[in-house]
Each structure stands twice: as structure tokens, then as C-alpha cells.
Design a protein around this ligand. Structure first.
Ligand code: GLA
Ligand code: ZN
Length: 683
């Protein structure tokens, strides 16, 4: 094991809960030996250890953690130390009930299990500061300490009186006076005008609330409150250990469905500004019964790319399972080889770690059947352990890739706020909005073609990308419109679509059709947005071929734009469905209809040719084999990943060397099912 975590070493290891095993010293001894066998170099400690660290108020017990720190250090390992606020001790909830969360109905939670505390409670904040201070003082200089892991999977909201007070203060700061708030929220509707700040409550729990601007602001407030709590946790840590990097683990959602997407509830683009390194907990549904492995891999790749793009820097996979989870209704093990494949995919997309939840399977309670590196059999001979160890060994062989960057010419824009507004909007097709899922359909083309993509927010700088894909940007600020115009004018290629530029930042409709900057940029006006039943379809002819449409048809008229495709049926038959507008040195396309994937294949293939997007490829694309690259100043690396159950053969178009064997790779590569090869060429 290396000494310096960031010194060309991928982190391999994960959540380790010795606090559950303090009465089993022989288990703790074995853990150390097993970790070495599994090529583990990093453990995350203390995530849920508050009651072991502070069994009574103000009484701290660090002896056990001191021992574990020293033991991990003795085997050359590193510690990611968590602050324990994700799971409070019983005494704290009992003595200070205010620390428990209040739900939207105004009911105070009882202690419950974890993750249900209030972000505003002064007492909770004080207690968190105290324990964090103790941890930072005690372990801040320990040579094994590599990083802070603040709390765990922040999420949720609280409606207690403290939080309500903060909500009103947040609004007062944002709007200044009630007249501005009343206008921004259009409260004249249904007689909702506020005449006093004390009338301003959080969104009503009964679902009958009607103020969309309020819903949007509440979500912004929840993000800000969460970040505020996180920053509060960080204060003593930043003071006492200014050189230790800080992260908190982000999440994805849509598990056990076909919708695996980044978490929607918290605006991570804001949160990411406050962490030193982005990390996330990656649980795609490998080996499910509803889609191909390649389909799962594409969505997993998308989430990795989005989390890469938050800082455009290597991130960490803070949790993943070596085998199965416990929280689906059917919990399927990864098939032999899939762990290595899915974990290599993390690295390929820019992760500098593979960390597991969990090192050792818990003996009791809700996670006792969650996958772990060491199972209840306490054996290093089982399949899962052996696969983890083999993977850890491989990571050591490719460690020179750690810390390297990625290069991308295509960006997709995603906006958390626009997503919230669009989902809340009512009207049109309620279940068919599917904004992030639609972005994934665009993304799929590039993933299948091995063209790397960043997923940025409109606030980020996208001026350097050759292609910017920004469909369904429903909420658009004047700044975003100006940025899209500047980007295109300077020579960029922009993709826009139905459901774009409809509302401002408080969810008020723009009046007078498509707002002017977009109208000039796209060379069209939007007349109507027609919604289709799920059994209803139209057709668009594009490049001489018919493509079926579904869900939405914007009915538009072309002003300066060239019409590339027209609707074939219905009352808007013969009107434009696909347009292209020259704008400055660039081009802006508008996709008025929602189409199936076959259209994207055709459409983006032409664009990819025109913009030479596939030039950096090392092989002809195969949709079941994904190739993703990372770059150092000296070398360009590629992960060639077979996301299929069958053998695949690839023809290389560039000469590359196998990083693990240092042998030149022959021009035809055969990959076994699930196989991953790591290759490079010198720049
Ligand atoms: C989350 C949590 C972990 C654990 C895993 C189980 O990611 O952070 O503590 O509960 O889920 O998959
Ligand atoms: Zn609260």
C-alpha cells in the first residue's frame, strides 16, 4: 500500500463499521488481514458511530477508534473519517426532541433510525460542532487521515418552526418586500396575496397548494438549508484541519426502475461548489430483468459523467456494492465478472476510487443482507471476496491513471431548477415530462459511439464545446438565453427542443411567444405545444426517412430557419418539426417533436460526421462495447468494456498498448463476456 492517498493510487475499500464489532476483537483482527488480501487501501470510518463515540452527552470514547486508526495505518492504509451526524444517539433525541425532524403535516418524528434530523435546530448544530471538533482535534494530525466525509447522503426537509423562520428570512433576503414576492409568485391567482410576512408558510402538505413559484423557491431553500448545515459541520473541520480535503456523498435515484438518474431533490451544482472533491454512491441495477446490461451501463455512465462535470475533475465513488443491495424488492447478485466491469466503468468515467458499502456484512438489522466484501461466512474463499481482491490487484496495476483528466467536445445541459419547475407545472402530459430521462436518450447516441460527453448546468462555461445539447430547458433566465446566443454566434452548434424557454426563474410564463433572443437564435416562433396520448403518434420525415414521434409536438413556424423535417399528419400536417438556423458563425437546431431513439441515431450521425466528433476513437463503435478515455500529459488511456454476455470482436483503428501487460495490442481485439481491457498510446 502506498503512503500518500493521492499519490497515484486509486482508493479501494469502503465503509468499515468496527463500532458494530467492538465485542468481537478476533473479528477486528481478521479484518486487517483480510483487507490486505483484498488489496484494500482505504476505509471510511465513523459514518454511524456517534453513540460509540459519545455514549452519553459530553462523555467521549475514542479508545476504540484510536486503535482502528493505528491498525489501518500499520498496514499502510488510509482513513476517510466521517462526521456522525447522519445517525444521532438516542440520548440526544430523547433529551432534545427539537433535533428530530418535523414532517410536512407538522408531526415531530420520533428518534427513528437515521438521516431524520432538523437542519436548523440550534441544539443539533451545537452538538454536531462539539463532536466534529473532538474528531478533528483527535485525528486531524493522524498520518492515516486522508479525507473528511461530512455526514451521510444529506437529503430531506424539515417543517419545524426554526426551519419556517429560516424560510421566511431566506425569502426576505431574496425578494426584499412582499410586493415583489407577490408579483414573483403571481399570488393574485386564487386570492393568494400576502399582506404580512407571518402569512408566508412552507408549501402546504396536503398537496392542494397552487403557487408554483413558491414550490420552486422552497426547493431552492431546501438545497441552501442543506448546504448551510453542511457548511456549519465543516466550520471546526476547516479550522482545525485546513489541509484535509472534504467531501460529502451525493446520490442517484430511480433504482429498481428503468430510470436511473442523478438525484433530483438537491441542486448538486450548487452543493458541489462547497466540496473539495465530488463523491457519490453508485448503485445502478446491474443484472436486472427489465433491460440489457448495456442499457444499464449507459445510464450508469450518464450519472458518472454528470458528477464528473460538476467540477470537471476526478470524483470518488464513495459507495457501491460488490454484489447486491438489500433495498430492492428482488435483490439480485452481480453475475461473475460484472463487479469488475461495473467498477472499471467508474474509473473509466473519471472516478479515482472504488469504495464499497460495506466492508463487512452487518450481523443484524436492515442491512444484514446487503452485499459486503466479507460476508457472514467470514471467508476469503467465496466468489465475491475473490472478485473484489482480483479487482483491487488490477487497480494497482493501472494506478498511473489516478488523477488523470478527460477531454470532451460534446456537452448536454441539465438544470435542476428547470427540472423542478417542469415537473411541478401541471398541464400537458404529467407523467411524460421525463426531462433527465430524455437527456439520457440524447446521451445514448454518444455513449454507443464512444464519444465522451459532459453534462453541465447552464451556469457553467460551455463556450469551448463543439456541440451543446440543451433540449427541454423549460425555465430559462435571460442570462442563459444570452449565453446560448453567444455560444452559437461564436461558431458553436446548439440543439434546442420543444418545452424550451417557456418560463422565467420564478416560473412565470414569458409573454408573446418564444422570447426574442431565442426566436432570433432558432429562427422560429412557437405557436402551440400539443400533447399526445400514449397510443398516439405522428411522423416526421427527415433525410428521406420517416420517424415516429410521441408525447409532444411543438407547432412552430419557421422565420429564418431552414426546415429539415415536417409533420406528416394531424391538423399541423406539413408544418416544420426539425429546423436549422444559421446564427453568426454557428448553427442552432430545433427539435419540435419528441422522437424515438432511431431519430437520434440518424440525426446525430450526420452531426458527428460534420463536426468530426468521432476522430479521437481508437476503434469502430460497437453499441455493447463502451470505450472511454482518460488523459495524462504523457498518455491517453482507454477502457474497453464489454457490456454484453457474449464475446465481442473489435477492429482497432489506432495502435495501442495494453497497460497491464505492456504488450502492443493486435489490430483485432477479442473480449470475453464482461471483459475490460485497459490500453494506452503515448501522446
Ligand atoms: C446508502 C447509505 C449506506 C447504506 C447503503 C446501502 O448509500 O449511505 O449507509 O445504507 O445505502 O445500499
Ligand atoms: Zn427544522
Amino acid at each position: 500500500m502506498g503512503n500518500q492517498l493521492f499519490d497515484q493510487q486509486f482508493m479501494h475499500g469502503g465503509d468499515y463499521n468496527p463500532d458494530q464489532w467492538l465485542a468481537y476483537p478476533e473479528i477486528l483482527q481478521k479484518d486487517l488481514a483480510y483487507m490486505q488480501q483484498a488489496h484494500v487501501n482505504t476505509v471510511t470510518l465513523g459514518v454511524f458511530a456517534w453513540s460509540a463515540l459519545e455514549p452519553q452527552e459530553g462523555v467521549y470514547r475514542f479508545d476504540w477508534l484510536d486503535r482502528v486508526f493505528d491498525q489501518i495505518h500499520s498496514i499502510g492504509g488510509k482513513v476517510i473519517l466521517a462526521t456522525p451526524s447522519g445517525g444521532r444517539p438516542q440520548w440526544l433525541s430523547q433529551k432534545y426532541p427539537e433535533v428530530n425532524r418535523t414532517n410536512a403535516q407538522g408531526q415531530k418524528h420520533s428518534h427513528g433510525f437515521r438521516h431524520n434530523h432538523c437542519y436548523s435546530s440550534p441544539i443539533y448544530r451545537e452538538k454536531v460542532t462539539q463532536i466534529n471538533q473532538q474528531l478533528a482535534k483527535r485525528y486531524g494530525k493522524h498520518p492515516a487521515l486522508a479525507m473528511w466525509h461530512i455526514s451521510n447522503e444529506y437529503s430531506g426537509e424539515c417543517f419545524c418552526s426554526y426551519c419556517q423562520e429560516n424560510w421566511r428570512r431566506w425569502l426576505q433576503k431574496k425578494y426584499g418586500d412582499l410586493a415583489t414576492l407577490n408579483h414573483a409568485w403571481w399570488t393574485s391567482f386564487w386570492s393568494g396575496t400576502y399582506s404580512d410576512w407571518s402569512q408566508v408558510l412552507p408549501p402546504s402538505p396536503l398537496g392542494e397548494h397552487k403557487v408554483h413559484g413558491m414550490d420552486l423557491d422552497w426547493k431552492r431553500f431546501v438545497t441552501d438549508r442543506t448546504i448551510d448545515f453542511y457548511l456549519h459541520e465543516c466550520t471546526p473541520i476547516r479550522q482545525l484541519t485546513p489541509d484535509i480535503p472534504v467531501t460529502t456523498n451525493f446520490m442517484a435515484e430511480g433504482h429498481a426502475t428503468q430510470d436511473f438518474i442523478p438525484l433530483e431533490g438537491i441542486d448538486y451544482s450548487k452543493f458541489a461548489r462547497h466540496v473539495d472533491i465530488v463523491s457519490w454512491d453508485s448503485y445502478p441495477d446491474w443484472n436486472n430483468n427489465f433491460e440489457s446490461l448495456a442499457a444499464t451501463a449507459m445510464k450508469s455512465a450518464y450519472v458518472h459523467d454528470q458528477y464528473w462535470s460538476l467540477k470537471k475533475q476526478p470524483f470518488l465513488v464513495m459507495e457501491c456494492t460488490p454484489s447486491f443491495v438489500n433495498w430492492h424488492s428482488i435483490n439480485k447478485a452481480k453475475k461473475p465478472g460484472v463487479h469488475q466491469l461495473s467498477a472499471m466503468q467508474q474509473i473509466a468515467h473519471g472516478s479515482d476510487s472504488t469504495l464499497y458499502f460495506q466492508w463487512r456484512q452487518s450481523r443484524g438489522n436492515s442491512e444484514k443482507f446487503h452485499g459486503a466484501v466479507v460476508g457472514h461466512d467470514d471467508s476469503t474463499e467465496n466468489r465475491v471476496f475473490k472478485e473484489v481482491a482480483a479487482y483491487g490487484k488490477r487497480l494497482e496495476k493501472i494506478k498511473e491513471i489516478q488523477g488523470t483528466t478527460r477531454k470532451k467536445a460534446v456537452a448536454i445541459l441539465f438544470d435542476w431548477e428547470s427540472n423542478w419547475a417542469l415537473k411541478r407545472g401541471g398541464g400537458f402530459g404529467r407523467p411524460t415530462r421525463r426531462y433527465p430521462q430524455t437527456l439520457q436518450e440524447h446521451y445514448r447516441y454518444f455513449w454507443e459511439q464512444d464519444i465522451a460527453v459532459d453534462i453541465l448546468t447552464p451556469e457553467q462555461d460551455f463556450s469551448d464545446y463543439q456541440l451543446v445539447i440543451a433540449p427541454m430547458l423549460y425555465l430559462m433566465t435571460a442570462e442563459t438565453m444570452a449565453k446560448l446566443c453567444q455560444y452559437t454566434e461564436a461558431g458553436g452548434t446548439l440543439i434546442s427542443s420543444y418545452f424550451s424557454g417557456m418560463v422565467n426563474e420564478t416560473d412565470l410564463l414569458y409573454l408573446g411567444g418564444l422570447p426574442q433572443p431565442l426566436r432570433g437564435l432558432l429562427g422560429i416562433n412557437v405557436l402551440e405545444l400539443e400533447t399526445l396520448f400514449d397510443t398516439e403518434h405522428n411522423q416526421v420525415v427527415f433525410q428521406g426517412q420517416p420517424f415516429e414521434t410521441r408525447d409532444y409536438s411543438a407547432i412552430i413556424e419557421a422565420e429564418t430557419a431552414e426546415v429539415l423535417g415536417e409533420y406528416q399528419a394531424d391538423f399541423y400536417q406539413g408544418t416544420p418539426a426539425i429546423t436549422k438556423n444559421a446564427f453568426g458563425a454557428g448553427t442552432a437546431y430545433y427539435l419540435a417533436a419528441r422522437t424515438n431513439y432511431d431519430f437520434f441515431e440518424q440525426f446525430y450521425a450526420s452531426l458527428a460526421r460534420e463536426l468530426s466528433l468521432a476522430e479521437e476513437r481508437i476503434a469502430h463503435a460497437n453499441p455493447e462495447v463502451s470505450i472511454q478515455g482518460r488523459i495524462s500529459p504523457e498518455r491517453t488511456y482507454f477502457f474497453i468494456m464489454n457490456f454484453s454476455e457474449k464475446e465481442q470482436t473489435l477492429d482497432l483503428i489506432k495502435e495501442v498498448v495494453d497497460l497491464e501487460t505492456n504488450q502492443a495490442v493486435p489490430p483485432t481485439v477479442t473480449l470475453a463476456p464482461y471483459e475490460v481491457r485497459v490500453v494506452y498510446f503515448n501522446n
